[in-house]
Design a protein around this ligand. Structure first.
Ligand code: SF4
Length: 228
């Protein structure tokens, strides 16, 4: 296994794929969490907002883990260092094994780094489409778009409240809400009785009793709860 292969698995994002690669397979892939971001930015004295330098932070974290003789031990050690020594407030630089090479220690700027700028949360609204055939089955598909929820099962949905094709859609008053990292999503349930979907829709119809066999995302489990 490598990180790229792991990232293809349903629901596995960058952090999880790197964690599994490093901790389970001892591969030089750095999971980058808040602790690692803090240590890396302080080591380098980077005082720009972290959101604007994530590529640089990830590249540096990768370089550091590639230089380690045991990637799993290193990944664990840098996270521990960030959690216990290089803490957000009052870092204990005098106890830190990295202080000789730490720019923030040298410049006495550790208390100003990293610069965290809170992103304004975005509120998005969309539709989730429940297409039910005469046999009582619902249309589901596997999410193929890269990134968010890739590889998981879903009902078709969007974030712009448009209807995907002309039909006798019924826009209900039922809604599901979900909080993603950078935005809040509200989906309105939209119903349609139909035995087929347009050409090119590559999902399938499934009975609700079989939904447990599919890897629905947490968001879609909320939708399932509304229809059962
Ligand atoms: S020397 Fe201080 S600021 Fe630098 S990595 Fe160690 S604890 Fe963090």
């Amino acid at each position: 296994a490598n990180r790229a292969e792991l990232a293809k698995l349903p629901g596995i994002g960058a952090y999880t794929s790197a964690s599994v690669a490093a901790f389970a397979f001892n591969l030089p892939e750095s999971p980058v969490d808040g602790n690692v971001i803090r240590v890396v930015t302080r080591l380098n004295g980077w005082d720009e907002p972290t959101v604007s330098i994530m590529d640089k932070i990830n590249a540096c974290a990768d370089e550091l883990i590639k230089a380690a003789s045991c990637p799993a031990d290193y990944a664990s050690a840098i996270m521990d260092l960030g959690a216990t020594v290089c803490t957000p407030k009052s870092p204990q630089c005098l106890l830190c094994p990295l202080r000789e090479n730490c720019k923030a220690f040298k410049d006495q700027t550790a208390d100003k780094i990293p610069v965290i700028v809170k992103l304004k949360r975005d509120a998005r609204k969309g539709y989730v489409f429940l297409i039910k055939n005469a046999a009582g089955e619902f249309y589901i598909r596997t999410r193929s778009e890269k990134g968010l929820l890739h590889g998981l099962t879903e009902f078709p949905w969007n974030t712009d409240e448009t209807l995907p094709f002309e039909a006798d859609w019924k826009i209900t008053r039922k809604k599901v809400k979900h909080v993603f990292t950078h935005f809040d999503l509200t989906l309105t349930l939209v119903l349609l009785n139909a035995d087929s979907v347009p050409a090119g829709w590559d999902g399938r119809f499934a009975v609700p009793e079989k939904f447990a066999d599919y890897p629905f995302s947490t968001l879609m489990k909320k939708v399932v709860a509304k229809i059962s």
